[in-house]
Design a protein around this ligand. Sequence first.
Ligand code: NAD
Length: 481
Amino acid sequence: MNALNFIGGVFVEAHDGETLTNINPATGEEIGRIARSNKADVEAAVQASRLAQNEWSALTLLERADWLDRLADGLEQRKEELAQRESKDTGKPLALARRVDAQRSIDNFRFFANFAREQEPEVFEMADATNVVHRKPIGTVGLITPWNLPLYLLSWKVAPALLMGNTIVAKPSEMTPLTANLLCEVASDIGLPSGVLNVVHGYGPEVGQAILEHPSIRAISFTGGTATGRHVAATAAPKFKKLSLELGGKNATIILDDANLDAAVEGAVRAGFTNGGQVCLCGSRILVHQSIADQFTTKLVESVNSMMCGAPEDASTHIGALISMEHLQKVESYIELGLEEGGTVLTGGTRAMTGQVGPTQDGAYLRPTIIDGLDPSARTSTEEIFGPVVTLHRFDSDEQAIQIANATEYGLAGSIWSTDTERAHALAQKIETGIVWVNTWLHRDLRTPFGGVKNSGVGREGGAWSLGFFSEPLNVCIKHD
Ligand code: NAD
């Protein structure tokens, strides 16, 4: 299946006909061609978005909310196909793609549609005047997204951007173009006005760069790695573009001495290895209190050993393929580094697969891996690996747990496991991060702020934060007679 650009409501090849190969990382096979676009394609997309702008922004918020519901309906009708495409593009288990990627992509549109219907007018009364805040569209916005949760993350931006009256030029990851195209097919089928949603495929330094530089794109919402985010900021900030940066993480899972051990093990495994550890929120550092560390570690290793690492379509698979062979090699290089830094691999570290569907030599598979014995300041313990690798650290006091948790350049998320929720709540406030879960992980209420501090990003998305980012407030102050 090929991925063409979607510009002005029409599927088109890159203007010079160039293409890229799309590989299924579970098999190593080519599954289609992707338009390899450049500046000229971005220019065409911007022109289309500008033509659509007046008509789209003239609709009321509630009319645009109805369009979001229609997009959700269209995706819902093709939910199985959505999950299949996501699994083929990423190598993730099909069951996970159904449960998480497909469902959340639909939910993002539904959530923002309903959220719009709950909005109250923003009015601030003074003794002698009334202030009315109007939320105006920014115009054309640029959305750039990664490969780990392709449509989940793209729709998280598309829905509020459309809702607030903007038109879009989006660039999905060149590794995972297929579900962005499914969204465009749905947009076309339901008759979304042409040019409101434009998708341009290709490499970051070619298409992404052109989006960052285009003078008519006034806001950039970027999700991806910290190094790319730094480049995005350096390019867009001097042009005074509005910027939202959702970047990498090296999150701590903190197991206190009074934790329910079974729940903590289950939570640490889920946090560490969901989507093969390729979630920015993954708990890739497990911090456990010394007094329960041995018992916890035995149970953790047992649980990880029982995980099936295998073909995405096999219903028993917990961990599918990683995104690519190159990424697998990068993850493996961190395991080697961990050994050089004095760590011990307790389990995993090999490419061996389990599961009922036979192994594929060309698939990017890695067994879930636990490394023990590393200094918390080692590179393996502090740099984002973004694969099924966790490091294990012991602590003696709550203060030491916080000190280790904060000893990275990242600050996106984390979880604390304890039967004393007041103690955990107090500790949570000492972690330099954007999100802390207590006795759970990746439990999301879409109204809440999502985003990180330090090198994990700038700004928040979610609920009112997304509506704020994708609009410009205009305050009108009316003096009373
Ligand atoms: P990446 O930074 O390599 O790529 C992200 C996107 O940026 C892709 O579409 C890519 O083509 C584009 N890009 C690359 N170079 C560019 C350039 N010069 N100009 C403009 N765009 C450019 O990230 P990735 O490998 O696709 O994704 C993994 C990373 O994303 C991890 O670091 C992960 O933590 C992070 N991530 C963060 C969140 C979050 O919400 N904080 C969510 C998911 C993933």
